[in-house]
Design a protein around this ligand. Sequence first.
Ligand SMILES: *Cc1c(COP(=O)(O)O)cnc(C)c1O
Length: 347
Amino acid sequence: MKMIDLRSDTVTRPTSGMLEAIAKAKVGDDVYGDDPTVIAFEAKVAELFGKEAGLFTATGSIANQLGIRSLIKPGEELLADERAHVVRAELGAAAVLSGVTTRTFHSPKARLNPDSAIALAHPNAGPYLVSTVAIAVENTHNFGGGVVQNIEAIERLHHLAAPLGIKLHLDGARIWNAHVASSVPFARYGACFETVSVCFSKGLGAPIGSMLLSTRERIEDARIWRKRFGGGMRQVGLLAAAADYGLTHHLARLATDHAHARKIAEAISAVDSRLVDLESVETNIVGIELQSTRSNASDFAKKLGEAGVLSGALGSHYLRLVTHGDLTSSDIDEATEVITTSLRAVL
Ligand SMILES: *Cc1c(COP(=O)(O)O)cnc(C)c1O
């Protein structure tokens, strides 16, 4: 049976154009600093965000963690919102790898509230309490259903944090989607954050690859830590070529992913408006809230799977659908039919 895979935007296969770009890439040993493709790509993405330098990494998690450890010493703290990927989905890496503790603030519907983030902060706390050194912002917000953070809220957080000596980290795994949905230039985001992580392996469709962006000094230090963590890679220009192809050819295409998600969400909302928060569907993620149904998320995901649609049960009653470049509009129509029919059966 043909499966329509809505589990994540990481499931895409490289396109033929991307495979051609990989085959043509000029490569060298990047641990020796010899790979021209990765060097050029790091400089290109850094410039896009108005940053001095970039470091290509295997995953978004290692890019986030290199950023966090560059900002925060052992025994100091990072603040993040309670559903942040760095808090929930990186398996305690900030604590395990860098001795960094974390506290979380509440973001209504995953939308950044700069004042509540700052209210929790305690910089230079002295010898008794933990000092807040950095705050992480996720854009778009994955477990918040792909919402785009308001640029004014980000700029206000930057404005409030800077005089306190608190630095900001952007988890920009899906900053591409935020940019396409909001038209905010990458450099405007970049100006607010000391460190930025981006992923090429999500909507842009690269098989592997992320990047940390920051000052030259921080990136030089992160390069050492990347190697220490076992993340130095050799002829990695093959992957940088794929990522560069994705950035060049697939960025504009994200608007189609967003339209597809919107279409699915509106059909679900027409079944029962309690099932989906339409206001939160701004990019390529649709969160289904199953509380008002007779099913939980894992049973419902199993049922969809039997009907040919793969989804992600991320909470007891929360199911996530993610659109991406390997889906055609007829895949979306088929999936919508399966999902709405299955929802009607459990209402
Ligand atoms: C996917 C993702 C990451 C990085 O995930 P990896 O699987 O480590 O590449 C980081 N942050 C967010 C918000 C993500 O969605």
